[in-house]
Design a protein around this ligand. Structure first.
Ligand code: KIV
Length: 256
């Protein structure tokens, strides 16, 4: 655990915007080394962009531990947070046990999806001394229950619920909150209301920072690239071109 790194992220609010990225293995962690990214997340998006699952609800604790261990071997300078996967926070005791497993694998903080409904779990994790990053708005672990990925904060009730959830997470001691697919005005309002950083993904320009799925940013995610990724790279095409070039050189060797 490194309280200094958590304090650094909290202190960035209002001073410096936070650029955060996901990371899934040793190789990617080494590529991200020295990039100046202060917060890395072993996201359960690993299930979709690396493991081939249709959504994040299939990711297991064992899979999270496997990927956290691989990333931790790179000893990143950034604060290394990791997602508590689907079903891992059913009770406060289970949430603490699983958060401790992620920490034992190398995570320095955990992220959990949910607001007031998850408060006993959030409080228990923080009481156990594990820094917690909240996650509000579209919660990918609810994708099946909600029948898709929907923007949150459009109605008066959703706006009020998001604000109340954010304040509850702050009061519980979360060090930051990811706001996913929250309407930009509501994301701005939450950001102004709480004293901990908000880190948006598809939530407009007014959060304290932004996080992206790194393979979306690089253009190597196997499915579609979400609309909020403004300028994705084209590394999948470049990798395919390198493979084809090499294959052609093997099949049609140039002999002098
Ligand atoms: O799993 C994930 O990648 C996330 C996003 C917020 C980046 O939770």
């Amino acid at each position: 655990m490194n309280p200094g790194k958590v304090a650094t992220i909290k202190a960035m609010k209002g001073r410096e915007r936070i650029a955060a990225l996901t990371v899934y293995d040793f190789a990617l962690a080494k590529i991200l080394e020295n990039s100046g990214i202060p917060l890395l997340l072993v996201g359960d998006s690993v299930g979709m962009v690396i493991l081939g699952y249709p959504d994040t609800t299939h990711v297991t604790m064992a899979e999270m531990e496997h990927h956290i261990r691989a990333v931790a071997r790179a000893k990143p300078d950034a604060l290394l947070a990791a997602d508590l996967p689907f079903g891992s926070c059913a009770t406060p005791a289970l949430a603490v046990e699983n958060a401790q497993r992620l920490v034992a694998a190398g995570a320095e903080a955990v992220k959990a999806e949910g607001g007031r409904k998850l408060l006993p779990q959030v409080q228990a994790i923080i009481r156990a001394g594990i820094p917690l990053l909240g996650h509000l708005g579209m919660l990918p672990q609810n994708v099946i229950a909600e029948g898709g990925y929907h923007i949150k904060g459009k109605s008066v009730d959703e706006r009020a619920a998001l604000l109340d959830d954010a304040v509850a997470l702050e009061q519980a001691g979360a060090f930051g909150i990811v706001l996913e697919l929250v309407t930009p005005p509501v994301a701005r309002e939450i950001t102004a209301r709480i004293t901990i950083p908000t880190i948006g993904i598809g939530a407009g320009p007014d959060c304290d920072g932004e996080i992206l799925v790194t393979t979306d940013l690089l253009g190597t995610s196997p499915g579609f690239i979400p609309r909020h990724v403004k300028n994705p790279g084209h590394f999948a095409e470049q990798m395919r071109a390198a493979v084809v070039e090499w294959k052609d050189s093997v099949v049609h060797p140039k002999r002098s």
